[in-house]
Write a protein that binds this ligand. Sequence first.
Ligand code: C5P
Length: 424
Amino acid sequence: MSFDLSVIPHKNIILAVTGGIAAYKSAILVRRLKDAGFNVRVVMTEGAQAFITPLTFQALSGNPVHTQLLDPEAEAGMGHIELARWADLVLVAPASCDTLAKFAAGLADDLLSTLYLATKAPVWVAPAMNQQMWAAKATQRNLATLIEDGVHVIMPDAGSQACGDVGLGRMPEPEDIAHQVTQYFHKAQRAIAEKFGLLAGKKVTITAGPTREAIDPVRYISNHSTGKMGFALAAACYAAGADVTLIAGPVSLDTPNGVQRKNVSSAIQMLDQSLAQLDEGCDIFIATAAVADYRVAQVAEHKIKKAGDELNVALIKNPDIVATIAQQAKRPFMVGFAAETRNIEEYAAGKLVAKKLDMIACNDVSRADIGFASDENAMTVFFAEQYQLDKRDLEKASKQEIAQQLVEAMHDALHHTIQADDEL
Ligand code: C5P
């Protein structure tokens, strides 16, 4: 399970396939782009259709394939100008010598060359050709023109070629190209989030997952926390423009894109790392971790041997991480979580005050359909009295959606404070 921000929704890519043996790789490229969440429409030149059929791309992209400039049927569906406007990126892969020459010369005698002139979207080309043709002066001259015109060139790889030659000219692997495209949109998205996101400019620290309290070198006490809520929050805070550090106990989740991760094991390590984070600057501290309440008083140096019918292990109380952070002089905006089986409101209000939190998100763990290991959650959010904000019921939704709503709640509370400060 991962909360991978590499999935970019609602972006449109025109994948233009031109004549070359590398066209077979473009079929996989469509898959990878779709996997990453893009809408893909394929344009094929006549040359491309000698290598692979439009039907393949239609099936993979889930959209009709565009091949003709002057096809009344296609124009009725989505004409070349509409297609040019639809695109957020035009990716030509493979880009043949002929296509590069047409682009450089500004010809408009087929669908792709016309589209190139008609689109405002960035154009990327992934040239693929015989190494001699790549090195040819005319090709290099055309490429230089295209670069000057603002086209982004995905450089070909070196290696053995379908024609038997060895050298530069192979189209990079589809995974590579899809990764570059994804990164491009990430950067663009991030730049917007850093300026306009709900948590733009904020430094956020999140604790997540369980802790492990050693008994001896091979055994420990822990709990069933999966870390999913904390990881979803890390992704949501990053998407909202924050700088995010995730202090994670032992969990098997991928680090969300853009998020700094510090792995810890015990509660003491989690506290040390949290205090270190505070020193580095922290505006919002979110405690989602299921910290073990107790640790073993005396961790055995060697594996404890089986002996007798009973074994007593003395436990001592762990520090309360969120409460400790809330007592520091440079106190960030503090967000806690609570899992309760009854009297939710009463217990949540109690923890809010006792741990000196600004906000607490509480879930009812008596419900079998949400909570700990589930992918969904439902919560009630309470704010500290000074915010004068009503409690919020977050209906059952995916942990990502809940995370997004929690980000909005934090933003509202912070905004409320700023407004209140301004009024003074
Ligand atoms: O007291 P309780 O465990 O219900 O409180 C839950 C909240 O306190 C969570 O936000 C949890 O991450 C945090 N907590 C902590 N350190 C502890 C125990 C709980 O930060 N030792």
